[in-house]
Design a binder for this molecule. Structure first.
Ligand code: IPE
Ligand code: IPE
Ligand code: MG
Length: 241
């Protein structure tokens, strides 16, 4: 029970663009990577809040397909840092029944060591029935749709699928996480009002919540504030009431 939140109308899935680490560090005269490091406490406090709310699904954007454009040092830091996060937190999350998954391109530039750690973490927590924590890593919404188009094209070429039978449900099944419900609420920190290639298909009807808080300062109370705001909205999905 969280004050001011109706437990019957908690979103099934909240997704977060964790942004503003570099600016947080700059404000303190620190290197950008210190901002990423400070984001770890923000993430795990938010996870605590999500568990307290009884969220079924929490998805966080940790590294985009466009983040490879950053300086090599920062990219390297982010690879090691994200691997370290898994090592530091997975046993605790596992003990608490959290299922951890990753969405994004596995092939390509992600170091093999990091991929292995991701696979181990998924295998370890696969049977958990608590919240699903999905980390979008080397994830791009356009890349996801391209990958889905490729797999559908392969089915067609193999004679297993008629083009006319491709509908929205079939496209969804070709996405990275077909069993994941669409996010009801997408939060972005740091005052930027854009999607930046996050969950393009899945967020078609998501409620968007933008906050000026920089990611390293984000805590469970900010999550609760976003959910309270969400509960005041009327979702219409193109229809009228
Ligand atoms: C978000 O913080 C983390 C990643 C994109 C990996 P940024 O690093 O984008 O921080 P700003 O936006 O430069 O402040
Ligand atoms: C989005 O943030 C990606 C992640 C949070 C991982 P960016 O900082 O990369 O987005 P832009 O460049 O400001 O759009
Ligand atoms: Mg940013």
């Amino acid at each position: 029970m969280v004050k001011g939140i109706d437990p019957k109308r908690v979103p099934a899935h909240v997704a977060i663009v964790m942004d503003g680490n570099g600016r947080w560090a700059r404000q303190r005269g620190l290197p950008r990577v210190d901002g990423h490091a400070a984001g770890e406490d923000a993430l795990f406090d938010t996870v605590e809040g999500a568990l307290a709310l009884g969220l079924g699904w929490l998805t966080v954007f940790a590294f985009s397909t466009e983040n490879w454009r950053r300086p090599l040092d920062e990219v390297r830091f982010l690879m090691d840092f994200n691997e370290g996060i898994l090592v530091r937190h997975r046993d605790d999350l596992h003990a608490r029944g959290v299922r951890m998954r990753f969405m994004g391109r596995r092939a390509g530039r992600v170091p093999r060591r990091v991929l292995r750690r991701m696979e181990e973490t998924e295998a370890l927590t696969r049977r958990n029935r608590g919240m699903t924590l999905t980390i979008a890593f080397n994830y791009g919404g356009r890349a996801e749709i391209v990958d889905a188009a490729r797999s559908l094209a392969a089915e067609v070429a193999a004679g297993r699928l008629e083009p006319d039978r491709i509908d929205e449900a079939r496209v969804r099944r070709a996405l990275y996480a077909p069993d994941m419900p669409d996010p009801d609420l997408v939060i972005r920190t740091s005052g930027e009002s854009r999607i930046s290639n996050f969950l393009l298909w899945e967020a078609a009807y998501s409620e968007l919540f933008f906050t000026d808080v920089l990611w390293p300062d984000f805590r469970r109370d900010h999550l609760f504030e976003a959910v309270r705001d969400f509960q005041r909205r009327e979702r219409r999905f193109g229809a009228i009431r």
